[in-house]
Design a protein around this ligand. Structure first.
Ligand code: BDR
Ligand code: CA
Length: 308
């Protein structure tokens, strides 16, 4: 039995790699839809990139729906310095996708799919949480229908500011709605995604794989590594982490925590404040990923690219 998922994303190099992993021959996931949101670059460019990745990975029938073009309250925030002007710079992929965007808003696709489901769809948000929050507000009946949310975002420290990770910082109000919704959440934040580093030896191994998907990923990692130079041993594969978990949970270790999203702090806006020790006296709302089996992760990722 395949696990049904909807990927809500802002591709973005690591978003693209997450889609490729989910669509690969080693995956036990059935992608019901891909929804896009403003994040790494504007939602129009992110959507075009999602379509280009669908062309590459053979996802011809999966609907791709465009969503929110800005966060709930904040001014739009982008990460073009990391992903380039197009959001997916550095690859030789055709600039224009063959696949067409769906004729419905992402929020409506999320609502429709969830309401029609048996409660067996897992949401995988790997961009700002704007679409998910709007969908929850527009149709609260979807909340008990969500099997679980496995998201990339947050951490006990930040990358956009010292306190906040990009996806949460880009729309902390939306993140707060989602974290307070009562939906079971598995959170793959920087603490664990910074353990998934594409070091030069991994890049070399990837380059030796003879498939168009592997070649595109090697180009993506080469470009995207620029943003990590100096501070890290390689580019962090953030967004593939929740997908890898859903395919093989044994690769990760998770701990229960109460996580609250800071929306008012002068220096801490967008921080995910994690209470592992019960200091708040409030029930845990998150399973927080703390550890990644690097060997297992890379084995899965390479096998996925070999399967194309
Ligand atoms: C997150 O921010 C984006 O730039 C990446 O795609 C990832 O989802 C990492 O902080
Ligand atoms: Ca992303």
């Amino acid at each position: 039995m395949k696990k049904k998922i909807i990927i809500d994303c802002d591709p973005g190099h690591d978003d693209a790699m997450a889609i490729l992993l989910a669509a690969s021959g080693v995956s036990n996931l059935q992608i019901e839809a891909i929804t896009t949101v403003a994040g790494n670059v504007g939602v129009g460019k992110n959507t075009k990139n999602a379509l280009r990745i669908c062309d590459l990975s053979g996802l011809h029938t999966v609907p791709v729906a465009m969503g929110a073009d800005r966060s709930l309250i904040r001014e739009p925030l982008e990460a073009a310095h990391v992903h380039g002007e197009s959001g997916l710079d550095g690859t030789g992929l055709p600039k224009e996708p063959i696949k067409k965007v769906a004729d419905a808003h992402a929020v409506d696709v999320l609502i429709e799919k969830l309401l029609a489901s048996d409660g067996d769809i897992t949401l995988v948000p790997i961009g700002p949480l704007t679409n998910i929050a709007i969908a929850m507000r527009k149709e609260p009946l979807i909340i008990p229908k969500i099997n679980e949310i496995a998201l990339m975002g947050g951490g006990t420290y930040g990358n956009r500011t010292p306190a906040a990770e990009f996806n949460i910082y880009a729309d902390a109000e939306a993140a707060r709605i989602v974290f307070e919704s009562g939906t079971p959440i598995k959170m793959f934040g920087l603490d664990v995604t910074h353990q998934a580093l594409a070091t030069p030896d991994k890049l070399e191994e990837l380059t030796a794989i003879d498939s168009p998907a592997a070649a595109a990923v090697a180009d993506m990692i080469t470009f995207y590594s620029g943003a990590y130079k100096g501070n890290f041993a390689g580019a962090a594969l953030h967004d593939p982490c929740p997908i890898a978990y859903l395919i093989d949970p044994s690769i990760f270790e998770l701990k229960k925590a109460r996580v609250d999203v800071e929306t008012k702090g002068e220096f801490t806006y967008g921080m995910t404040v994690a209470d592992f020790k019960g200091r708040t006296g409030r029930a845990p709302n998150v399973q927080f990923a703390t550890w990644l089996d690097q060997e297992g992760f890379w084995q899965l990722f390479m096998d996925a690219l070999r399967s194309y």
